[in-house]
Design a protein around this ligand. Structure first.
Ligand SMILES: [Zn+2]
Length: 487
């Protein structure tokens, strides 16, 4: 019990400090933001920040916010994010306290078998709720606010940028940009010795499969064959010098990633989220570009890859054995709160600001060369970004961080690429694949409904509660909704 006395002492101390500086124990704001632009500016600006990137590229030159209004909004967003993260951290802390209390109760000698069962169920439930609160505070909230801030930058800076892009088209200076030689795609060398990555990639794939974290491969032949034929269509229009090996994973996570040497993984959730072939082509060519430019290789050594896989295997061991520490994680995996994408180390995937922009540029060029509308990738990105707080997409944003410069560079490349007469956007094969996918999704949903009993080792518990949160819910409602699930 001494443990609890110490904790409540600290909490008391903290709540006194709160009154002084409105900062909680976790170092986050405990109150709503103090700064915000005047209502006449705040409301319309909030509405503008909910628009898609594509819409903002169009309307930004007509908007008339002053720099100081934009600056106030930026401060507001910073404070609002901090407050929101703090709220969910304190909710997570509350669930942890309930777990601690129930664990202490288990130690009492008077506890009956019936009470023990109830306590086990409650511990299981509260661990799962804590895990959900963690994912929301650590992933969903930062992603939603990063997008808001990137859009605010766009409103402020895009008009001037657009003028300079038009100028560089008019005076021909755009022909001197990096990788401007699009007529030589397939004959230029983006990075020497791509083939050297094959062995590293092969080993990483093998280790990943052995770790047990890899979702099972999709076995629907229509979907698998479609994705492979699309990849075959795209590869000859790129600077790839290694064979492309594409694997479709049967997981609801919205994610795609490439390992060094040409090993590309596409998760089912991403294919579900794509609305046309140009979007999928954009995603595939973006990932191919990481391989072409050897981003994974350039960030790490072979030893580093081994240690990342080892860490993942440790996570997997806990998850798969249903070990005590892993129940929350397991629950979250079951419900798609996070998956492979959130456990993969970003270094392994070659994620870094410059590399992302390079892969965006090359990817758009390859999609364009193959005859697709090069804006497909940006449209896909935009769609996921505009579904606010979309937790299933959190791992996508983790490896594809939103930021202003990235969106501008993509828009710029699209304006520089020679116009196509009739770019491909969709195909009958894509539509047939989407039909086949419906069956796969229906089966997977049916399977997952059977799973709640697998959540933890204690059987016969009441149905688990979900934290008050819906996919697509705007971030403000997440932050202001009542948070405590009833107990
Ligand atoms: Zn990327």
């Amino acid at each position: 019990m001494a443990k609890f006395d110490v904790r409540s002492g600290i909490c008391l101390l903290c709540s006194e400090l709160l009154l002084l500086n409105m900062v909680g124990c976790g170092g986050h704001r405990m109150t709503l933001p103090e700064v915000r632009p005047v209502a006449a500016v705040f409301e319309p600006l909030q509405d503008d920040l909910r628009k898609s990137y594509a819409t903002l590229f169009e309307v930004a030159p007509t908007l008339e916010y002053s720099d100081s209004q934009i600056e106030k909004m930026r401060q507001y967003l910073e404070q609002a994010q901090d407050y929101c993260v703090g709220r969910f951290e304190s909710v997570a802390g509350e669930y942890q306290r309930r777990v601690d209390d129930d664990q202490a109760a288990l130690k009492k000698s008077s506890v009956t078998e019936e009470q023990r069962h109830t306590l086990h169920c409650r511990i299981q439930e509260n661990r799962a709720l804590k895990s959900q609160a963690d994912v929301i505070s650590q992933q969903a909230i930062p992603v939603a606010y990063d997008n808001r801030k990137a859009k605010l930058d766009l409103i402020q800076k895009w008009p001037a940028e657009l003028t300079s892009i038009r100028q560089s088209i008019a005076d021909g200076s755009y022909k001197h940009r990096r990788w401007a030689d699009v007529q030589d795609i397939g004959f230029r060398e983006v990075q020497a010795n791509q083939k050297d990555d094959i062995k590293i990639g092969q080993e990483a794939v093998k280790d990943l499969k052995q770790s047990g974290l890899m979702p099972k491969e999709m076995d629907n032949q229509v979907v698998v064959e479609y994705i492979n034929s699309l990849a075959k269509k795209l590869a000859p229009n790129s600077d790839l010098q290694v064979p492309l090996v594409v694997t479709v994973l049967d997981s609801k996570e919205i994610n795609a990633f490439a390992l060094p040497g040409g090993y590309l993984f596409l998760e089912r959730g991403l294919i579900e989220a794509a609305d046309d072939e140009a979007e999928l082509a954009g995603v595939l060519t973006h990932e191919m570009s990481h391989v072409v430019a050897r981003h994974g290789h350039r960030l790490m050594t072979k030893g580093a890859i081994a240690s990342i896989i080892y860490q993942m295997a440790q996570i997997a061991a806990v998850v798969l054995t249903g070990g005590v520490a892993g129940i929350g994680t397991y629950y979250a995996l079951q419900y798609g709160f996070y998956g492979l994408g959130l456990t993969l180390n970003l270094t392994l995937l070659g994620v870094n600001r410059d590399f992302e922009m390079e892969a965006d540029q090359l990817g758009m060029q390859y999609a364009w060369k193959a005859g697709y509308d090069p804006s497909g990738y940006v449209r896909f990105f935009d769609k996921i970004a505009t579904k606010e707080g979309y937790v299933n997409g959190a791992s996508w944003f983790r490896s594809h961080p939103p930021f202003y410069q990235r969106m501008v560079e993509a828009e710029r490349e699209e304006m520089y690429l020679p116009k196509q007469a009739s770019p491909m956007v969709n195909s009958a094969d894509f539509m047939a694949m989407k039909e086949a996918l419906k069956t796969v999704v229906a089966n997977a949903d049916r399977e997952s409904r059977k799973k709640p009993s697998l959540i933890g080792p204690e059987q016969g518990c009441p149905a688990p509660t979900k934290l008050v949160y819906e996919a697509d819910q705007p971030i403000e409602t997440i932050c202001s909704a009542p948070l405590q699930a009833s107990r």
